[in-house]
Design a protein around this ligand. Sequence first.
Ligand SMILES: Cc1cc2nc3c(=O)[nH]c(=O)nc-3n(C[C@H](O)[C@H](O)[C@H](O)COP(=O)(O)OP(=O)(O)OC[C@H]3O[C@@H](n4cnc5c(N)ncnc54)[C@H](O)[C@@H]3O)c2cc1C
Length: 596
Amino acid sequence: MNTRNFALTLSALFVAGALTTNAFAADNLADFHAEQLSCDACHMESGELSNDNLSFENGKCQECHGTLEEVAAETDRGNYNAHDSHFPGDVSCTACHAGHEQSLNYCDSCHSFEFDMPYQGKWQRNEPSIAKLQQQADERKAALAAAPAASVDVLVVGSGGAGFSAAVSAFDNGAKVMLIEKEPVIGGNAKLAAGGMNAAGTKQQQAKGIDDSIELMTKDTMKGGRNLNDPALVKVLVEDSAGSVDWMTKMGADLSDVGRMGGASVNRTHRPTGGAGVGAHVVQVLYDNAVERNIDMRLNTRGVEVLKDSDGSVKGMLVKGKYSGYYWVEADAVILATGGFGKNNDRVAKLDPKLKGFRATNHPGATGDGLDVAAEAGAAMQDLQYIQAHPTLSTKGGVMVTEAVRGNGAILVNREGKRFVNEITTRDKAAAAILKQTGGTAFLIFDDSVRKSLSKIEKYIKLGVVPSQSTPQQLGEKMGIDGANLTGTIAHYNELVASGKDTDFERQQLPRALNEGNYYAIEVNPGVHHTMGGVKIDNQTEILDSNGKVIDGLYGAGEVTGGVHGANRLGGNAISDIVTFGRLAGEVAAKYAAKQ
Ligand SMILES: Cc1cc2nc3c(=O)[nH]c(=O)nc-3n(C[C@H](O)[C@H](O)[C@H](O)COP(=O)(O)OP(=O)(O)OC[C@H]3O[C@@H](n4cnc5c(N)ncnc54)[C@H](O)[C@@H]3O)c2cc1C
């Protein structure tokens, strides 16, 4: 790794002793600590940073402060706890706390909790584009002129479900593997998936007497995708889905609960028993398996450019470590598992102007880097214009409110206190309807019976995004909704529930009347959720160029690819996609590498 510049600076400062005195007031953590401690409280004796994970430095934080769990025990603020996240893997202190710069609370990349963090700056991300990085001619040239800093058979880019599945599967097929991730934490969008993983013909379904088939899941998937899906990819998705559930189960996952998400004809959404989020669970299990296999995992490391031999086949990748700078990794095969671009509103709005200015449910790394890297390597793209919005992102706290709240009985009303849509219609229709209401937002309204039916709601309440009152009138007054109308709307809705038929909006399922205890409201509007399009792959995950020719040694899996979901992804099909195609990419790439 290129740590020379850093080593020089640091050792020079050590020798000079210039910064060990408390000559100036602390405005960052290192200065604060340096008032009592020397530089080597956090740094190695050599004066170099250990690596881009900052493994050594984080070990030092923990030696004095304890593990994340131990710190968490002291920072429970009642409604939320910065040190008790829903992230999988081992979250390092430096994911949020910086040494010599302002700290940035990573939670704020999605939420807006207003933690009072020591030496905190306002959350922002000013990551240069891939094109910019590729243009940094001097650094790039110097890195490429040097020997490769590492050599592996298969390099996996991205630590979501697709990347981890690929890494573990490549390893199990005999390859030496490295996995890189540009964020300071693992898991990408995959760690946020709460619903489940679709699969047909599984043992778990059989155990519950559910009759499903390859044909039925294919039909549902194609219908959901408006028949624009690539049938060859759907065939892989569906036929390998049960095998993927088995594969995950063998590695330690619990996917034994089977429910249903929108667009499915039968129950086929597999998830952990007891309501744990499927994505964080799947990533945690894959991460544990990667650790067990001793796979080289590098955080804060961005894949910048695919490097090719003169014959056009892949020979590795130029990467940029946040602290170590540019270097290149020699590899026979590179798997792009970089996810989608939902968090990059410039890119989103260019492709679908209706979504300009939208917030997103996605993690901050969902910028579409992989598309730029792939395009530069000659990859063809497909279906980029198909972008899915999730209808119910809370306007406060940045929390996505799960579909189950509506599924269990909540209604959607506008500021005038009126219903305006079949609440459980498809995501695209519900989102479009909300945008047409006054102010472009709507309110999820429910009562204590709905609250009792879904434990997730307790968490939203704890976060403070769910105001409540004892009558609809008072709730309306509090929220700026027409209270008289709201009272009338709820009374009328309860009559529809009693009659068993929604003659207003044809909602097919009316689980319960809203007439018990307190009333609650969550203000919501749509957020960009999933990007269906991406690089073009064949049914072996090989990335194709614009002539339909395979780019030798370059593979793609997961949300970075297009074609699997057509124009619209069904809930539960993405986790299935990333495990199945990630697993396949790992296997195919390992076999390809073995032949080089
Ligand atoms: C809130 C939420 C809930 C969801 N719920 C469900 C659900 O219930 N069921 C379902 O099926 N789907 C769900 N989805 C969709 C699903 O989670 C994603 O489509 C899927 O996880 C994508 O997985 P992936 O591995 O392809 O990408 P990601 O999990 O996004 O991983 C890609 C990783 O690559 C990294 N990366 C990007 N560029 C680079 C680079 N240049 N160098 C290094 N690393 C890079 C990113 O930082 C990221 O960590 C949900 C999505 C969201 C946002």
